[in-house]
Design a binder for this molecule. Sequence first.
Ligand code: TXA
Ligand code: MG
Length: 323
Amino acid sequence: MITMRWPIDKTNPQPELLNKAADLLKSGELVAFPTETVYGLGADAYNAPAVKKIFEVKGRMPQSPLLVHVSNYSQVEDLVAGIPSRARQLMEQFWPGPLAVILSASNRVPDEVLGGNTTVGLRMPAHPVALALIEAAGPIAAPSANLSGRPSPVSAQHVLDDLGGRIAAILDAGPTGLGLESTILDLSRSVPEILRLGGVPAEQLEAALGCNLKVASGYKTAYHTGEMKIILCEDEEQWLSLAALAESERVALVHYGRIPGPSMDANKKAYTLSLGGQGPDLFTIIREAETRGYKQLIFAPLPSTLSGLGSALANRIRRAAGS
Ligand code: TXA
Ligand code: MG
């Protein structure tokens, strides 16, 4: 299969391209599309065989449920068994935006989407292309558009590097912006719980709900990065000794703006990652370092106090390093 790559205007998407992509979805094909977080790999959420293809193409475990992307509230009504008032409040406050909520599923949602659960995860993305595509095609089940275990894609090229030749098309609206996946909040149980830190800071959800939120322990496995090993330094001492390797070996460094230690100043093989969320994003840094053939990517120790997007990024860095 040849994957069609359709460049599309990010703010005023061309209707003819949206229609072509929506027709592919309606005929059971997979289409990758941009959201404000990362690129998604979409299938018609009500088409079980199409949803199955997502798992084949990504190499994803069938018991791992998919988020359903919506563009309006009548779609939500069809997908859930009911909308508790606190869920409605959060949707109104944070949608469209990088918040996914888990609610009791209606019996219309295919089992393939739910991965054997009785709950469904919903998200209304704040991206004009995504919203217009969903309006045209109906609710779209979509995980991040990477091979399972790889960092999420934040550009069309990342998607093609992982899935080129295996999906029908990709709408290419350039880099996604946030470069970090959505926050997932489980509202299906009596006490809400954050299942994944992400684009909406936990503090904002706590303020909206008026309670503290528990964060589920989350990912343990590192991303597959071929030959490249990702290391997160525990402390400054480890960082200084490993950073010294960068001068002579195929080693790149990542720090967070403040370069700890004088030995770093002259070093050119260093990426700066803003823990405030601006500038080059984590997933791009990882994929780029890998493409450049580095054998190790070494992260500076994380600051002891983190908040907002910084906490979510720290979570992904720990995941990257498998720690
Ligand atoms: O920002 C995002 O959320 C991106 C864009 C494309 O929307 N999507 C994304 O999907 O990151 P994915 O599949 O890569 O990660 C979603 C996570 C998975 O770990 C999945 O297990 C969890 O959400 N999830 C989905 N539905 C769930 C459910 N009903 N209950 C518990 N967890 C669920
Ligand atoms: Mg993913």
